[in-house]
Design a protein around this ligand. Structure first.
Ligand code: FAD
Length: 418
């Protein structure tokens, strides 16, 4: 008889949420984490309002994002002011520790400092081998991030996962080495192809990074980040002295959609391991936790029914595909990304129009911060942009405009079907 009902691998936002919800439902859960909390995670630490509200994240420790600065190719720029927070900034070591503690308080057991090296699934159960021992359970939840070992063991990593996704160099600059900012969160859109560079003003430091596809780096990502801070017309005034390259850290982000199959017999994948990150902005904390909610709902009932077959667990994939903030978000985020970043001239014209139209500027801000869903946001954007910019879009990116009109993008990595 397996010892645990479920083993959750990885105690980031997705894993700690899955472990907490499963324990609250009365299941015996083991949460395995290779690091020890509080542990560092390379991230911008931006939390959308929906994440804070839905998951009761304590904002007393967070910095508020009110004013948002958007910069586009050619120097078009706009500040979108707000008298209320539109998001928050919290260091990940703190956020993840809070979520981990909640999982423990709900009754989950934890093995920290142990890395999972293999997962074996059989008719009897799941055998998880770590650097510290072996554990058995009726089912496993893979919540071990971009380079998921669980996904690898189950043979669910798609070809090109590491080369066709995005990478982010990040640095942290203390506030006493910072210059004047134009917003609490600054986005330099399209500065290196699809994606953006960001400068986020946390309570005691600036979090600065670049997020774009690996193929867009013409030099080492750390070198590019230093260059950005030295040479960019606006960004160069934000830090008094650029960081040393050796202080720059980096991490992959699944920016290209979900893996084609997020389930198999006795196993579900959640968060980054499955690719649930906004295909437009890279927001992933909220989607990680939301995917865990859906996974736990399906898994709890499957455990009660005693049916952990692949067929039974495929319900999870149907559920997230139907979920507007997962399936639809992934598909429409790609459409918007293609449209906005296809040609720097387009992005520049959209931002120029936004600098002359406060409503349009707010709409773009709301899409970026998840205050407006991508599908509704895309249609409002189409109605709001000046006719001349819409005509430019049609001329410069006809295929993407038609795909948007037909809603025909795929939420899956590389556009593949299951
Ligand atoms: C540079 C950067 C900036 C970002 N900025 C933001 C942002 O501002 N806002 C936002 O919402 N999202 C942001 N994201 C995305 C966000 O970080 C992820 O989507 C989110 O962390 C996913 O959570 P997760 O729990 O699925 O995975 P993770 O947070 O990656 O957690 C996975 C956990 O699994 C553990 N683990 C890994 N392998 C093993 C193993 N073999 N055995 C045991 N444990 C293992 C890891 O130590 C880790 O604790 C950013 C991502 C990057 C790379």
């Amino acid at each position: 008889m397996p010892l645990y009902d479920v083993i959750v691998v990885g105690a980031g936002p997705s894993g700690s949420t899955a472990a907490r919800l499963l324990s609250e439902s009365g299941f015996r859960v083991l949460l395995i984490e290779r690091a020890r909390h509080p542990r560092r995670k390379v991230c911008g630490g931006a939390l959308s309002l929906r994440a804070v509200r839905r998951y009761g994240i304590p904002i007393e420790e967070a910095a508020e994002i009110r004013d948002v600065f958007l910069w586009g190719p050619g120097g078009a720029e706009v500040v979108v002011p707000s008298d209320r927070p539109v998001g928050y900034l919290m260091p990940r070591e703190r956020l993840d520790e809070i979520l981990f503690r909640r999982a423990l308080e709900s009754g989950a057991e934890a093995a920290q400092g142990e890395a999972v090296v293999n997962v074996d699934v059989s008719g009897e159960g799941v055998l998880v081998t770590t650097t510290g021992g072996r554990y058995s359970a009726r089912a496993v939840v893979g919540a071990d991030g971009f380079a998921s070992r669980v996904r690898e063991s189950l043979g669910l990593t798609p070809r090109g996962w590491f080369t066709d996704n995005a990478f982010c160099p990040v640095c942290y600059v203390p506030l006493d080495s910072a210059g004047e900012l134009a917003g609490d969160a600054e986005f330099y859109l399209g500065v290196y192809g699809e994606g953006y560079a960001w400068i986020f003003k946390h309570r005691d430091h600036l979090n600065i990074g670049i997020g774009t596809f690996l193929r867009n780096y013409k030099s080492h990502p750390a070198t590019l980040l230093v260059e950005f801070l030295q040479r960019h017309s606006e960004a160069s005034s934000r830090v008094l002295e650029p960081p040393q390259e050796s202080r720059i850290v980096g991490s992959y982000i699944p920016y290209n959609g979900a893996i084609p199959k997020t389930y198999s017999e006795r196993a579900l994948l959640v968060g980054d391991s499955a690719g649930f990150v906004s295909t437009l902005t890279g927001e992933g904390i909220y989607h990680a936790m939301l995917s865990s909610e859906l996974a736990v709902d399906v898994l709890s009932r499957s455990l009660e029914e005693g049916d952990l077959s692949e067929e039974r667990l495929s319900e999870y994939q149907r559920r997230w595909l139907q979920e507007p903030e997962l399936g639809e978000m992934l598909a429409y985020g790609k459409l918007l990304r293609n449209l906005l970043f296809k040609d720097p001239r387009l992005l520049s014209r959209v931002l120029k129009a936004a600098s002359e139209d406060a409503e349009l500027a707010r709409l773009i801000r709301d899409i970026v911060f998840g205050l407006k869903g991508y599908k509704a946001g895309a249609w409002e954007l189409a109605r709001r942009i000046p006719l001349r910019v819409a005509m430019d879009m049609l001329l410069l990116a006809p295929g993407d405009v038609f795909r948007l009109a037909a809603g025909s993008s795929s939420p899956f990595f590389g556009g593949g079907k299951v």
